[in-house]
Design a protein around this ligand. Structure first.
Ligand SMILES: *Cc1c(COP(=O)(O)O)cnc(C)c1O
Length: 368
């Protein structure tokens, strides 16, 4: 599903130069490289502020805390995502409130609207731009304004994605992203960022990531140790970010090829809507009910990797049951059908044309 060795052949020399830069500076924590990466990332994403943190999950937690979300607050979110999204909500002591997804696996914004009307205690929302698709940003903005919602957009899979003239991450007061190695902009380890146009939220996030320090040795609130290191900031800004557009372009080429040429009545491909530019973090296919094992076995026989995102919906995870404090509004049949039938095909930027052809051929020749 990923080819880190091929990536190294492209970025290796730049990573070593970035490492050297940090070594020679003699400064390893919260120095110039973090500052440089934060300003590079903020301008790439179209934000006033970026705050480098330890990982994507912390970025969501810090974003929620900077917005004042605390114990007992209800936070609308999706049942179909990396568990980290919900775990961040749980870490602030808040109450995740789940509604079903739409036919592309994204939180259903119409259901969100209906539930926000019914339950005025819901003050916040964490939508996820799953697979690199964008939730309808115009509708999200309407919900934000109508219900004075505090929104943290989970952009871990959607860095650089756009919806019409809007970029993902720009509707929420805060956005969060991850530099986990498999993400579109990946580090060689863990990293994440909080993005915001609000200077006060930025300041608060900077304090929270660094033991809650408002200034040296002054701890105004209970913070975390969630800093992005100099080394990773340097690697991200000098070796990875400069390639991101090229990598995203390659992902889109592969996606287009799959969408244009995969034809099998037992596979449903999820398409972008008009004007949407996904980041194509993953390429999900929906397999006809009951046939997923057969399809994955066929891919494996053809030496093609595949994965499932995600095999179990969040409200069915034991950790959430143990936490106890959550709500499910209505049925989750769409999210469950993704959990039962989704298969992700390979779509990283280092796939060769021949490999892409091989995936297409295997999809088209599969007869369950
Ligand atoms: C990867 C991911 C996260 C968590 O990021 P980490 O850096 O691994 O903590 C959160 N949400 C989504 C949707 C993700 O894909």
């Amino acid at each position: 599903m990923n080819e880190f060795k091929r990536q190294w052949s492209v970025v290796g020399a730049e990573v070593l130069a970035a490492t050297n830069q940090v070594g020679e500076s003699g400064w390893y924590i919260l120095g110039k490289e973090v500052g440089k990466f934060e300003s590079d990332l903020a301008s790439y994403m179209g934000f006033k502020n970026a705050i480098g943190v330890a990982n994507g999950m912390d970025a969501i937690e810090i974003g929620l805390r900077a917005l004042g979300i605390e114990r007992g607050c209800k936070v609308l979110t999706t049942p179909l995502t990396a568990f980290a999204t919900t775990l961040a909500i749980m870490r602030v002591g808040a109450v995740p409130v789940f509604v079903d997804t739409d036919s592309r696996g994204l939180i259903d914004l119409e259901l969100c609207g209906a539930n926000l009307k019914k339950d005025r205690a819901i003050k916040a929302m964490v939508p996820v731009h799953l697979y690199g698709f964008s939730v309808a940003l115009d509708s999200l903005k309407e919900l934000r304004d109508e219900f004075q919602l505090l929104v943290v957009e989970d952009c871990a899979q959607a860095i650089g994605a756009a919806y019409g003239s809007m970029k993902v991450g720009t509707v929420g007061q805060v956005s969060a992203t991850s530099f986990y190695p498999t993400k579109n902009l990946g580090a060689m380890g863990d990293g994440g960022a909080v993005l915001t146009n609000d200077d006060e939220i930025a300041l608060k996030s900077k304090a929270i990531r660094n033991y809650g320090q408002s200034s040296q040795y002054i701890h105004a609130e209970i913070g975390l140790n969630s800093r992005l290191d100099e080394l990773h900031a340097s690697i991200l800004s000098r070796a990875m970010l400069p390639h991101l557009d090229t990598w995203t372009k390659r992902r889109s080429e592969v996606a287009k090829k799959y969408l244009d040429t995969i034809e099998n009545n037992d596979l449903l491909l999820l398409r972008p809507i008009d004007g949407e530019a996904p980041s194509w973090h993953l390429f999900p296919a929906i397999v006809k009910s009951g046939l997923r094992q057969s399809f994955q076995a066929h891919l494996l026989k053809n030496e093609i990797a595949s994965a499932v995102h995600y095999p179990r919906i969040v409200p069915e995870q034991e950790a959430l049951r143990a936490y106890g404090s959550y709500e499910v509004k209505g049925g989750l049949s769409m999210a469950k059908s993704f959990a039962e039938n989704e298969v992700s095909l390979p779509i990283h930027p280092f796939l060769t044309d021949a490999e892409v052809e091989r995936v297409i051929e295997a999809c088209n020749s599969w007869k369950p």
